[in-house]
Structures are given as structure tokens and as C-alpha cells.
Design a protein around this ligand. Structure first.
Ligand SMILES: NC(=O)c1ccc[n+]([C@@H]2O[C@H](COP(=O)([O-])OP(=O)(O)OC[C@H]3O[C@@H](n4cnc5c(N)ncnc54)[C@H](O)[C@@H]3O)[C@@H](O)[C@H]2O)c1
Length: 244
């Protein structure tokens, strides 16, 4: 039985995690934390913390996990560079799964995106489009950022120079060395991502559409059960799924 504490428990993902965990006999949610609650006073009751709160809360959650030797599953996205550095500082102390997306389908999309980029090569222009519900706070999504990192790695492009966020005005002709990024917001869309490979005379589009947060929640719970048996370090969902 894996004992879990959820942080961000009153949010969309937090509530879905609790609902999915209740159907899993191998997991027990022993405490739920949201704004105003004290994680430090209850953390010793759990084996693993699952954090789907807010990007600025995650470094503090990681520090508490390290101090109390608890594993961590990070669901939050949109971390600043200093926040990422602060989280990584605890990798030597505890095992963490840190994934921009916990769905099996999206992790398959990550794999397919790498393969397609390798096969299609430099003759194809790369654009990423994502759409999310109107309440999402960060842009582009963490999943889109992972897709951009995969494309940048394959093409050996530095994202700082290659990335074009939307286009406006007289931007000139598109170069081969840019990757376009377009974030759309509206309605209750759980999460859509498309990677476009546009060549001469043909175009490949890889699309994933999430229609329920259940897929993220079940993936994060699976990661929680997996991570409690790991040595300290940072892992992603591809490690959990055995795709590496
Ligand atoms: N990795 C994935 O697969 C995945 C999937 C969906 C969402 N997300 C990310 O998960 C996070 C939560 O998404 P959501 O849609 O559930 O958001 P939400 O706004 O519905 O919920 C966030 C909850 O966290 C709470 N919270 C904020 N700061 C806190 C703090 N300091 N301590 C404790 N609780 C705090 C809020 O009160 C709220 O209840 C976002 O960063 C989102 O991008 C990741």
C-alpha cells in the first residue's frame, strides 16, 4: 500500500487524483493539502507527495520531501529557471518523477515526435500548436515545451534563438532554423497538442487530444507507485512506462 499526500488538492487535478486514487486499492490518500494547510506537520504520514498545486509552491514541497526522505511526483508546470534549479537541488536526496504530462498517449506523442523529426529531417518546417481551457495560467503548456525541447534536440537548435511565439506584423519569410509556437486558450479544453511538419508538397501532423483529466491523474498515481521504489534522482514518465 502506497501512502500518498496530494498538494493542490482542491484544484481540478487534485480532485481528479483523489477520485482516481479512491478506485485504486494499492494506494491510500492519507492527507490533502491546499493553500493555508501545513505540509510539514503531516508529511511523515506518507511515502510520496504528488504535487499539482502551482509552479511557485513546488520548490518548497521538494525541500520538505528531501528533509523528510519522501519521494515526489511533480505535476506542476510553468516553473521559472530559479524554481527549476531549486527543485533539481534535491535530486541527490530523493527520487522524483517530473513530467510535463502524465498521460500515456502524450508520452507516445513525445516518442513519435522524435522519430518523425529524425526521419523527415531539415526539409520540413516545425510548428507546435496547443489549446487549453480559459483558466490555464501558464503558456505555452509544459507539454508543448517538452515537444519543443524534443524538436530542438533533434534539429540541434538552441530554443532561445529558434523559437517564434506566434507571429505578428512584417516578420519576413520563415527560415528553416525556426520553430513556431502557438498557444490557444478558450472554453473547457482539457489539452490539445499538434506538432506540424510542413514540407514541400506534403505535411505531417501529429495530434493528441485529452478529453478527461483522468488520464493525467492515473499516470501520476502510477508514477507515485513506481517512484517509491527508486533510488534518488529525477525521472520522467518515459522511465515510469519503461519507454527508455
Ligand atoms: N503534468 C501533467 O500531466 C499536468 C496535467 C494537468 C495540469 N498540470 C499542471 O498542474 C497544475 C495544477 O493544474 P490545475 O488545472 O489542477 O490547477 P487549479 O488551479 O485547478 O488547482 C491548483 C490548486 O493548487 C492550489 N495551490 C496553489 N498554490 C498552492 C500552495 N502554495 N500550496 C498548496 N496548494 C496550492 C490552489 O488553491 C488550487 O486548489 C498546473 O501547474 C497545471 O499546469 C499538469
Amino acid at each position: 500500500m502506497t501512502r500518498v499526500i496530494i498538494t493542490g488538492s482542491k484544484g481540478r487535478m487534485g480532485q481528479m487524483l483523489a477520485a482516481c486514487a479512491a478506485r485504486n486499492p494499492e494506494l491510500k490518500v492519507v492527507w490533502q493539502i491546499d493553500i493555508g494547510d501545513e505540509l510539514s506537520s503531516v508529511i511523515d504520514r506518507c511515502d510520496v507527495v504528488i504535487d499539482f498545486s502551482f509552479h511557485d509552491a513546488t520548490p518548497g514541497v521538494a525541500q520538505l520531501c528531501a528533509e523528510h526522505h519522501k519521494a515526489l511526483v511533480i505535476g506542476t508546470t510553468g516553473h521559472s529557471e530559479p524554481e527549476k534549479t531549486a527543485i533539481r537541488a534535491h535530486a541527490a536526496a530523493i527520487p522524483m518523477v517530473w513530467a510535463s504530462n502524465y498521460s500515456t498517449g502524450v508520452n507516445t506523442l513525445f516518442w513519435l515526435t522524435q522519430k518523425a523529426a529524425e526521419i523527415l529531417g531539415t526539409g520540413f518546417d516545425l510548428e507546435v500548436v496547443e489549446m487549453h481551457h480559459r483558466l490555464k495560467k501558464d503558456a505555452p503548456s509544459g507539454t508543448a515545451t517538452t515537444l519543443l525541447e524534443i524538436l530542438g534536440d533533434v534539429r540541434k537548435l538552441q530554443l532561445k534563438e529558434a523559437l517564434r511565439h506566434g507571429r505578428e506584423g512584417i516578420v519576413g519569410e520563415r527560415t528553416h532554423d525556426e520553430i513556431g509556437m502557438h498557444a490557444i486558450r478558450g472554453g473547457d479544453v482539457v489539452g490539445d497538442h499538434t506538432v506540424i511538419f510542413a514540407g514541400n508538397g506534403e505535411r505531417v501532423e501529429l495530434t493528441h487530444k485529452a478529453s478527461s483529466r483522468e488520464t493525467f491523474a492515473n499516470g501520476a498515481l502510477r508514477a507515485a507507485q513506481w517512484v517509491v521504489n527508486q533510488k534518488p534522482g529525477i525521472f520522467d514518465m518515459q522511465d515510469v512506462l519503461g519507454l527508455k
